[in-house]
Design a protein around this ligand. Structure first.
Ligand SMILES: *Cc1c(COP(=O)(O)O)cnc(C)c1O
Ligand code: SF4
Length: 345
């Protein structure tokens, strides 16, 4: 059962004198968390990394001019409801905009939630039609909201509809359900992913404490069904902006057979400034992570360029060019020469 407003006070997650603030935040942004997530929070810890991600804070009422309602320009690239088509070969399909939890830093926080609801069957049919008419679409990212909140029957119908489109080769689900609401990963849901096309699942995890025994079991079911699982994380000040925490997170994921895919620099979503550090800090963390851990534990640190210009890796860069050729830095910061071919310049 989802925990909302007053329940936050009853669950001892928000002091009763802060209920007014909580309600002001909830008027602007969606608020919910699951019992599993609430149980991970230590109410005595004012800096609890789980609470920071899910418990509303008055800091969300502070916005800055560079923050936007649609920070990565999804609207601009949405030809019809439920579809975002920014790159030629892949589209987002959003069958539902509901989430099991509402992350306080969410980049889509002003699009998601009960207001957007579930795409009706006519709208979904139009979305499939759009994909069917465009042979250049190779991959579908099923996202939202959280697509694993749909019933297994509906997930199966999305998978069947996409499988039937010949040029669609890859179906990728982006979800937070296996981690924040693991009991929803039933045998029926896992069966719904079974198709002859390549299905990938990308889970969202930001702190090693999220990887509970139940979350591990849920992800294990998906992996054992032969579905590759990747992860994405958001670099969040006060949650995981620490090399030891990131190392623990990515090692734990790899040990669960989950490949860290992206570490996102936070987007310029409204009321999320308290989560955003500088890109230079993120680069230093990635450098340190490279020094400490296996290549399997290295996600790509990316920025979704504000305005809808797409995601790009943002370093760090180990390579520099000078008159004599390349200089490559090693993990200890020492510089080494690498030549350019004689015929360049
Ligand atoms: C993030 C995103 C994708 C997927 O990008 P990858 O870099 O392939 O993971 C596709 N379309 C849109 C609009 C996106 O925002
Ligand atoms: S699960 Fe994803 S879409 Fe939902 S609130 Fe969190 S970041 Fe946003």
């Amino acid at each position: 059962m989802a925990i909302r407003d007053r329940d936050f006070v009853e669950a001892n997650l928000v002091a009763s004198e802060r209920l007014g603030e909580l309600r002001r935040v909830a008027e602007q942004f969606q608020v919910a968390l699951t019992e599993e997530v609430a149980a991970l929070i230590d109410p005595a810890d004012a800096n609890d990394p789980i609470a920071a991600q899910f418990v509303p804070s008055v800091a969300e009422l502070r916005t800055s001019p560079e923050e936007q309602a649609d920070p990565i320009g999804d609207e601009r690239w949405s030809p019809l409801p439920g579809i975002v088509h920014r790159y030629p070969d892949r589209v987002l399909l959003k069958p539902s905009l509901v989430c099991p939890v509402y992350c306080r830093f969410c980049f889509r926080r002003e699009q998601i939630g009960a207001r957007g609801k579930v795409l009706g069957s006519a709208a979904l049919a139009r979305a499939y039609g759009y994909i069917r008419e465009r042979p250049e679409i190779w991959e579908i990212v099923v996202t939202g909201g959280d697509p694993f909140l749909l019933t297994p029957r509906r997930v199966a119908s999305v998978v069947a509809a996409l499988t039937a489109i010949e040029h669609v080769q890859v179906i990728r689900f982006h979800t937070r359900v296996p981690i924040v609401d693991p009991k929803r990963v039933t045998a029926a849901l896992v069966d719904a992913l079974d198709t002859e096309k390549a299905v990938y699942v990308v889970v969202h995890a930001n702190h090693p404490r999220e990887l509970t025994a139940a979350a591990k079991a849920a992800i294990g079911k998906i992996v054992r069904a032969g579905v590759p699982v990747l992860s994405q994380s958001v670099l969040l000040r006060g949650v995981n902006d620490d090399a030891a925490v990131l190392e623990q997170l990515f090692r734990a994921l790899v040990a669960m057979r989950v490949k860290p895919y992206y570490l996102h620099h936070p987007d310029l979503a409204r009321g999320t400034g308290h989560f955003r550090g500088d890109i230079a800090e993120g680069q230093a963390l990635m450098r340190e992570l490279r020094r400490r851990a296996s290549g399997l534990c290295q996600p790509t640190y990316v920025l979704d360029i504000p305005g809808g210009h797409g995601k790009v890796p943002i370093g760090p860069c180990w390579l520099h060019r000078d008159a004599a050729g390349w200089r490559v830095e090693d993990r200890d910061g020492l510089s080494h020469r690498y030549p350019r071919p004689d015929d360049t310049e």
